[in-house]
Design a binder for this molecule. Structure first.
Ligand SMILES: *Cc1c(COP(=O)(O)O)cnc(C)c1O
Length: 492
């Protein structure tokens, strides 16, 4: 199976080339030329997560042996890296609503599901392509991605990783998670300014040809762990298929029954993976796309007009505070089947910040997608209400999704069994969750973890509890103009 770019379908790339390049040179995103069909799911029912992952990944990775892929899955999801044996367990909230918990990995957010896998896919791809240099991953993060990338690449042979975060733009816990990062090949540095400053700094380094040549001579190539890399989308397809298998195995669904999926969405990677699982034959009926006050996707999916010219809000679900959802480009390519049409939309987006899709595309979107959004107040109300009624504690991102699902059910009579993707542990967003539960006086620093645990009786996830005993290893803060010098030093 070959891969093509959303902006030029005539050139073919192997899986290893697509994963190593990340972004196509024409600015497009890679995707498989044709999608494989699911294997007989009866065969997956009795498997553990690792084996299910290997079975699905194999369908997309021509040029990789079965043993290699099994090895990646073992390293990513085995060996006690996830704090429960199911890896991505499905919890029943009501008989029609199930929560797919994607945050049992080492950083307690769903980014682990892909970033535990990506380093293995990337280093193996480089070896297959004959690239012998060490890859250095540069990341600008607004929170979850940086820590998940650090944990994924930590001590992976043939890699180094440098993470930049905005000094005042991440939570105390997120900052501590990064500053205490272990591993011999990692670097973390704060940047004066906001996320855009850090992001711009990283882009400047990537586009500095002279610096990249210097690094090449020292034996390094730069790469990114960005969510547009196919190596991040692919591992996310697995958990939707796995969740369906779990529901069938536990008798909540019969094999072949349809179900809906509801996803709290930012860059459109997670929900795109669900769409792809559907394309492979998983009987997903509606894909419910949930946004916070940054509701550019809600508008797009309802009107066919994407318009990023709007205010940006900082919300209590910060990982969804995004106005350009990069992975949407892959959906557009799929729905239009035309690289020319996609190029037109993307050119309009970069020139005017806006585009409108054709009626044919609107029609297809309406058939598959439902969308909605909710503000912070309703998000917090949902956390309180669900906790009060069921004892289940959800984080702010998951609560956005659950609220949108409730709205959809109230507006239609659709009571199809629905899987809600839960993307972060509530302990990652203690302050908002405590506020939702009516606790106004909140502890400072790490003590807030204990406070949330005392109020709710829920256990603090081990990786967060362990922060208290960890030494701070990084204390550098730089202006964005100095970021290149930091990388230069790391790779000296
Ligand atoms: C990244 C993230 C999201 C958004 O996922 P996308 O794939 O970007 O749509 C939602 N919730 C949390 C907690 C995240 O970290």
């Amino acid at each position: 199976m070959y891969y093509v770019s959303t902006r030029d379908h005539t050139l073919h790339y192997t899986a290893a080339q697509a994963i190593e390049q990340g972004l196509s040179r024409d600015g497009g995103l890679f995707l498989p030329e044709t999608f494989p069909q699911l294997p007989d799911l009866h065969g997956l029912l009795e498997m553990d997560y690792e084996s299910r992952a290997a079975s699905i990944l194999q369908l997309f990775l021509d040029g990789f042996t079965q043993d290699e892929i099994r090895g990646f899955a073992q390293k990513a999801y085995g060996g006690g890296k996830f704090d429960c044996p199911e890896v991505a367990p499905v919890r029943e909230l009501h008989c029609k609503t199930h929560i797919l918990e994607l945050w049992h990995g080492p950083t307690c957010a769903f980014k682990d599901m892909a970033l535990q896998m990506l380093p293995h896919l990337l280093t193996a791809s480089m070896a297959k392509n004959g690239e012998e240099k060490t890859v250095c991953i540069l990341v600008a993060t607004s929170g979850d991605t940086g820590k998940a990338a650090l944990e994924g690449f930590k001590d992976v042979p043939g890699t180094k990783i440098m993470v930049f975060y905005p000094k005042d733009g991440v939570s105390d816990i997120q900052q501590l998670q990064m500053l205490t990062q272990e591993g011999q090949n990692v670097g973390v540095c704060a940047v004066v300014g906001n996320f855009d400053d850090a992001q711009t700094g990283v882009k400047t380094i990537f586009s500095d040809g002279a610096f990249r040549e210097v690094l090449r001579q020292r034996g390094y190539v730069l790469s990114s762990a960005n969510s547009i890399n196919w190596g991040r989308v692919l591992p996310q397809i697995v958990y939707y298929i796995s969740a369906y298998c779990d529901l069938v195995r536990s008798g909540k669904l019969a094999m072949g029954d349809g179900f809906n999926v509801c996803v709290p969405t930012g860059n459109f990677g997670n929900i795109l993976a669900a769409y792809y699982a559907g394309k492979m034959g998983l009987p997903i009926q509606k894909l419910i796309c949930a946004s916070n006050a940054n509701n550019v996707l809600t508008d797009f999916l309802q009107t066919g007009i994407y318009d990023r010219n709007r205010p940006f809000y900082n919300t209590t679900s910060p990982s969804m505070d995004i106005l350009i959802s990069s992975n949407l480009e892959r959906l557009l390519f799929d729905l239009t089947g035309s690289d020319e049409e996609v190029r037109g939309y993307m050119a309009a987006l970069s020139e005017t910040g806006r585009y409108e899709v054709s009626d044919a595309v609107k029609e297809q979107i309406r058939a598959r997608f439902v969308s909605g959004f909710c503000d912070d107040q309703r998000t917090l109300n949902t956390i309180e209400k669900v906790y009060h009624n069921t004892g289940y504690l959800m984080d702010t991102h998951t609560a956005v999704a659950y609220t949108v699902l409730q709205d959809y059910r109230a507006a239609t009579a659709d009571d199809t069994v629905t899987v809600v993707a839960s993307t972060a542990s509530p302990f990652k967003f203690c302050d908002s969750v405590l506020t939702a539960l009516g606790v106004g006086e909140q502890a400072q620093g790490l003590t807030i973890l204990q406070q949330l645990s005392q109020v709710t009786g829920k256990a603090i996830p081990k990786p967060l509890a362990a922060l208290a005993g960890k030494a701070v290893r990084f204390d550098q803060t730089v202006e964005k103009e100095q970021m290149l010098a930091v990388v230069d030093q790391l790779l000296s």
